[in-house]
Design a protein around this ligand. Structure first.
Ligand SMILES: Cc1ncc(C[n+]2csc(CCOP(=O)(O)OP(=O)(O)O)c2C)c(N)n1
Length: 520
């Protein structure tokens, strides 16, 4: 079988399982052949400006649609560029599929042009690596493996023959021998248990069980949306890093037991569980690091039915009826919504009564957005929730808008993140995507500056020429510059939610610098 035949077979398979989009930068070899084979079957190929952003777009499209989207690159430099995006998908546990051209194991060692150890580069970040011939032999099994808990990227190198195989991501560590029944009886002895949910609860569909709880619930950023955050029990985000004004810190001190369900250390940024005893439950079929902060009383891996038993045990407990609401009101008061800062902007977005997505890049504005904006089934949070990967929000918004047409996307990005893939603004414009860029500018890396030790080089944190709205305008986007809440609200209200919009929000640097104090 020739590589062209294998590409045809794989394109047929991918179209059969519903793949609809591919993103990338091609070469003149098998990557171009693959794009042609996909095109023949109605799989849309989108030219990105960078291989990393292409992989991020594929990741977001995969997460939103539940069907893998593809990214494509040439070998060597193309793949090296793509590594940032593939690792983005690795951090976010996303089973997107990347393809790249490649030398095969039989190509002579003197052929060095664009040659690099692609397996070596990829093995720590992909769940499965294979050659196209291995994929052709077993496509269904390989794909379902990458979707299985814990999901992760699949990479296929376009060469004939056997690959070096995949590296196991499971790093099993010792955990306490515990039985589900004794952990469940421990739940019964608690008076004020606090539930913290990780993203696997969303993937294995425990929404109904979660909605029936009558006790305070926090979620990791990646799990947002697993319960409607209008619920009186939804207390917001858990990071393990909260400070005195964050709901998590109040709840940790008010509770007498922490019940962490599917909470993985890759989904949190700190390890503060308030010193409360922890019962940890996770889904048995998962491949993640099991080490966990102490003190942990029970650490159980169980089946979906086992997790449902945990929720049944929790159903009989009730406390904290008004606590989550009180904490939210207290938080809004602390954030002072009268002041022109990102909190005002996120409140405007949170007040919208329409399905939408919010992409949060990383930075101080993200901390504010995560606390103010509430997710639910119709309000999707996208972006780098786990990896906190600066620059991913614009590519993620594009992937989201393409995979879920008609849903407006609000993309909050700072001075740092916007610099990563600004050329993709052109793609937003070319495809007329319903994306509203909320550019939150304080002219510096605010989140780094606010935590920088005395004597740090402040010039390394400043952004020269921070403004972008004229650039967006020159690309054909409707653009606005807002310096107060009224103009921001008016601009948001006037958006048709069909064509791109760029809003540059200019904030006072010194007020911005301290706005997350007391939160994280
Ligand atoms: C790829 C990547 N590089 C660097 C960082 C470290 N980092 C985290 S936040 C940040 C600054 C973000 O600045 P900006 O976008 O201006 O947002 P602000 O903090 O001012 O709100 C940096 C450099 C990161 N998280 N990801």
């Amino acid at each position: 079988m020739t590589i062209e035949n294998r590409i045809e077979t794989i394109a047929e398979f991918l179209s059969g399982v519903g793949v609809a989009h591919a993103f990338g930068i091609c070469g003149s070899g098998p990557s171009l052949t693959l794009i042609g084979a996909l095109d023949k079957r109605g799989i849309t190929y989108i030219n990105a400006s960078h291989e990393a952003s292409a992989a991020m777009m594929a990741g977001a499209a995969t997460r939103v649609s539940g069907v893998p989207a593809l990214s494509i690159s040439i070998k060597g430099p193309g793949l090296v560029n793509a590594v940032a995006g593939i690792s983005y998908n690795h951090f976010e546990d996303t089973p997107s599929i990347s393809f790249s051209e490649s030398y095969g194991p039989d190509s002579p060692a003197w052929r060095m042009h664009k040659r690099i150890d692609q397996f070596g580069l990829l093995s720590p970040i992909v769940k499965r690596y294979c050659s196209i011939s291995e994929f052709v032999d077993n496509p269904r099994e390989i794909m379902s493996e990458t979707f299985a808990e814990t999901p992760g990227p699949l990479h296929i190198d376009l060469f004939e023959g056997k690959s070096k195989g995949s590296q196991d991501r499971i790093k099993e560590s010792k955990h306490l021998p515990s039985s589900l029944s004794s952990a469940i009886s421990r739940i019964g002895a608690a008076v004020r248990p606090l539930v913290i949910l990780g993203s696997v609860t969303k993937r294995v569909r425990l929404e109904v069980e979660i909605a029936s709880l009558k006790l305070p619930i926090l979620t990791t950023a990646a799990a947002r949306g697993v319960l409607s955050e209008n619920s009186p029990f939804a207390a917001g985000i858990f990071t393990g890093d909260g400070k005195e004004h964050s709901p998590e810190v109040h709840l940790l001190s008010a509770c007498d037991l922490v019940i962490a369900i599917g909470v993985r250390t890759s989904e949190i940024t700190g390890q503060n569980f308030g010193g409360r005893p922890i019962l940890r439950f996770d889904y048995i079929k998962s491949t993640h690091v099991r080490d966990f902060p102490k003190p942990i009383e029970h650490d159980i891996s169980c089946s979906l039915n086992g997790l449902k038993e945990v929720f049944s045990a929790l159903e009989s407990l009730e406390w904290g009826n008004d606590l989550a609401c009180e904490l939210r009101l207290g938080l809004l008061e602390y954030l002072n919504l009268d002041q022109w800062l990102p909190a005002q902007c996120f409140k405007v977005i949170d007040d919208l009564k329409l399905p939408h997505a919010l992409a949060l890049d990383t930075g101080s504005f993200c901390t504010i957005g995560e606390h103010i904006w509430r997710a639910n089934r119709d309000r999707i949070l996208i972006g780098s929730n786990n990896g906190r990967f600066m620059g991913g929000s614009i590519p993620s918004s594009i992937g989201m808008a393409i995979a879920a047409p008609g849903i407006p996307v609000y993309c909050a990005v700072g001075d740092g993140g916007i610099q990563a893939y600004p050329a993709e603004l052109k793609l937003i414009m070319a495809l007329k995507l319903p994306i509203c860029i909320l550019f939150m500018s304080d002219g510096q890396y605010g989140s780094i500056a606010c935590a920088a030790p005395d004597g740090s080089s402040m010039s390394s944190l400043m952004i020269k020429m921070p403004s972008w709205y004229r650039v967006a305008e020159a690309m054909g986007m409707n653009s606005a510059r807002c310096e107060n809440g009224t103009s921001f609200r008016e601009t948001i209200d006037s958006w048709d939610r069909k064509s791109p919009l760029f809003i540059e929000c200019i904030f006072d640097r010194s007020a911005y610098l301290v706005m997350t104090k007391g939160l994280r």
